[in-house]
Design a protein around this ligand. Structure first.
Ligand code: SF4
Length: 722
């Protein structure tokens, strides 16, 4: 690799989970610098998402877009990442201004990158600027060097691919050898053309003897990275990871980690069995409870779904004997992968590849297109990773276009070919066109929010109908909020999940409030009040996980045996106690769960302020499409007519049901919309917001954020005097 710039540095060792340094790269000038952080920075912003929020709040404005030079791409673990003695410590977040939402987005990702970055002496990496040529940043903690090099042009075979390119880069960097002490992040060709480009996190898996990958999928972080001209970042450190955080109380860390591992190993096998099946185990549950998105979320189950239940992947693709943690020490080990999968479609047909996945979400993105073919799911997974596309946004955008075609809003002239549910060939073609920015793929790659405007304009030009009327219809089934495509849960029958999607600050991604399971499957939050409280509590604790560098699954997907005896079993507080113990032992604090929730609320509010500044923070931005709260069209209603009749009867207190299905459908929609509005009022009040979803000054003041900049923002919304 041809060096553009290099410098030596002294890797700072970690103390109590932190190095108190951020590595800064301005690719416009190829300037690398080290930002020393004052002690209060970590007190207030914790790490991970908190660090990204603070940098974005300070260094961008309301006019900053994803491709503005001042936009910052932040990669940060947190004080608790790196330690293999505690499960799930390989997570980090990538945060930036999103090409889809025009406001803050972050996506969490597994692998070894953030741990090695921390071992190299940095709590975070922040990249801004736009480079004229594609570059690679190399952070070598063993040599103590920081280097910017020209991205190698490996040629056509690997040019399009994040995985192929990343592997080739890793080999070149290592002189052909494979090494667990090297990790990298990279993007693919799709990130150049689509707004939902992902970042792949690559690491060498000694047991599988191959490079594996995990993805920061949501919101277009890879698009930002590729637009900056950064093709990859490589990190290397061969420092010992166990104890590398230099915790204040090493015995406490050890104890917390072994307590959590014990619960995971005892309980997972009696509950979801994620360590056996991976997240595809959810497909069967989702199908059973009408939660699996089928044909653009019209239906929640399908008679062909059996073909893609978890046992199919386990028997046909997964290597059963190998554990599948996405980082050392995770005994939940849910990150399943298929070996030697022969691709049957697309530009790489015939190649044998390792597929890291599928996760449930990827399978859901495929059923969303009406496809129930396990081989296609594997290939969709691999191609999206290779091209650098978010499987969720790809599946939802494609299925939106399919439905537009089938409802007559798009013609074959618009699309170039027929877009039908269940058509594997058409779906493959659409992925390729999206990745390479060709044909209808250009519209698909812009995401649902922008695609619906394009479709409305085309249809208006053809029919003469007013654009606004067409948009009103399209918005019923355009599955996006704030510009982000919905993740893979049908929320029609779960008011709590409707709120979880609508209030999620980044847009409808379930990582802020995944309430579908506890609401609709376990029925643990049956009352309106319980749902509203859950919509305050869960986003706070989930924010904390994204700030400290930990995976949430060992907490949320494995229930502690003692949880059933607590007031709120869904919160799984006995397990959370191990997390708090781990935190206090690492950083030397004496925090309670309440303290942790308060720390998270500060970050949650900061994210809300960025949304307000960027025009995505009011009640209007929390609106969800009609299909997210009930059957949008009569065909959906009729597919479960009996269920909906019963639902209406329960709410009509003995009053007669309307005779006609259309009237019943209208009544149902009216009741659902009223319930959602009531939920908004209650949750905003609970959070200390106005009815228009704007935080009250006193709410913000409690968290030490009410400075002049915030006051003037609130004044612009009429919540404070100017
Ligand atoms: S639970 Fe799964 S996603 Fe989380 S750290 Fe473990 S292997 Fe990775």
């Amino acid at each position: 690799m041809k060096t553009i710039q290099s410098m030596s540095y002294k890797p700072e060792s970690i103390k109590g989970g932190y190095t108190d340094r951020i590595l800064r790269l301005d690719v416009s000038s190829y300037a690398v610098s080290i930002q020393e952080l004052p002690p209060e920075f970590k007190e207030k912003y914790i790490g991970g998402r908190g660090y990204a929020l603070k940098l974005i709040w300070d260094e961008t404005t309301k006019d900053t877009r994803y491709d503005s030079p001042e936009n910052v791409l932040v990669m940060a673990g947190g004080p608790l990442c790196c330690e293999p003695r505690f499960p799930g410590a390989g997570k980090f977040i990538i945060g930036t201004i999103s090409p889809l939402t025009d406001t803050f987005i972050d996506s969490n990702i597994g692998g070894h990158f953030s741990s090695l970055l921390k071992l190299c002496g940095f709590d975070a990496l922040a990249i801004s600027g736009i480079s004229e040529k594609e570059v690679v940043l190399i952070v070598d903690g063993d040599k103590g060097t920081l280097e910017i090099a020209e991205a190698p042009p490996y040629g056509e075979t690997v040019d399009g691919g994040a995985l192929s390119y990343g592997e080739a880069l890793m080999r070149e960097f290592n002189g052909g050898a494979s090494d667990e002490n090297v990790a990298l992040v990279t993007t693919g060709i799709g990130a150049l053309h689509a707004r939902f480009g992902i970042v792949n996190s690559l690491f060498y898996d000694k047991r599988r003897e191959r490079v594996r990958s995990k993805q920061a999928g949501r919101g277009g972080t890879g698009t930002v990275m590729r637009r900056e001209g950064v093709r990859a970042v490589i990190v290397r450190s061969s420092s010992e990871r166990i104890g590398a955080n230099h915790p204040i109380d090493d015995a406490g860390v050890k104890q917390a980690g072994s307590s959590l591992k014990k619960v995971v190993s005892q309980m997972d096998r009696q509950q979801l069995r994620l360590s056996n099946w991976g997240t595809p185990v959810l497909i069967e549950y989702m199908d059973k409870y009408h939660l699996l998105p089928v044909n653009n979320y019209q239906y929640g189950s399908h008679s062909d779904a059996r073909a893609i239940f978890a046992d199919v992947f386990l028997n046909r693709y997964f290597e059963k004997k190998l554990p599948d943690g996405c980082y050392f020490g995770c005994n939940l080990a849910c990150a399943k992968s298929g070996e030697n999968v022969t691709l049957q479609h697309g530009s790489r047909a015939g190649a044998r590849v390792g597929v890291d996945g599928p996760e449930y979400e990827t399978a859901g993105a495929v059923t969303c297109m009406g496809i129930f073919d396990p081989q296609f799911i594997m290939e969709f997974n691999w191609y999206c990773d290779e091209y650098g596309l978010d499987t969720i946004s790809m599946g939802v955008s494609a299925s939106f276009l399919m439905e537009c075609a089938q409802r007559g809003y798009l013609t074959k002239e618009d699309t170039g070919y027929e877009l039908k549910w269940g058509d594997v060939e058409a779906a493959h073609r659409l992925i390729e066109e999206t990745a390479f920015g060709r044909g209808i793929g250009r519209v698909c790659g812009d995401g649902v929010h922008r695609a619906k405007k394009w479709v409305a304009e085309r249809h208006a030009a053809r029919t003469g109908e007013p654009i606004e009327t067409i948009l009103d219809e399209l918005e019923k089934f355009a599955m996006e909020t704030k510009g982000l495509e919905f993740s893979m849960y049908i929320s029609k029958e779960s008011l709590a999940q409707q709120g979880g999607y609508g209030f999620a600050l980044k847009g409808p991604q379930h990582d802020e409030a995944w309430l579908i399971f506890i609401d609709q499957v376990h029925k643990e939050i049956p009352t309106f009040e319980a749902k509203a409280q859950a919509l305050k509590w869960f986003p706070m604790i989930r924010t904390w996980f994204n700030a400290v560098g930990l995976c949430k699954l060992p907490w949320i997907d494995v229930r502690h045996p003692e949880a059933a005896k607590t007031d709120n079993p869904a919160q799984n507080q006995p397990t959370l106690a191990y997390y708090i113990q781990y935190l206090n032992a690492t950083v030397g604090s004496k925090k309670s769960l309440q303290d942790v929730l308060k720390d998270s609320e500060r970050l949650h509010l900061l994210q809300k302020l960025i949304n307000l500044r960027n025009g995505k923070g009011t009640r209007k931005s929390d609106r969800i499409p009609l299909r997210a709260m009930g059957p949008a069209f009569i065909n959906e209603y009729e597919s479960r007519a009996e269920y909906y009749s019963d639902w209406l009867k329960e709410r009509l207190n003995g009053a007669e049901l309307p005779a006609d299905a259309k009237e019943r459908h209208d009544l149902l929609i009216k009741l659902r919309q009223e319930a959602f509005e009531k939920l908004c009022d209650t949750v905003y009040k609970e959070k200390g917001f106005t009815p228009d979803a704007i935080p009250l000054p006193e709410t913000i003041a409690k968290f030490g954020l009410l400075d002049e900049k915030v006051k003037s923002l609130l004044a612009a919304y009429g919540v404070m005097e100017k």
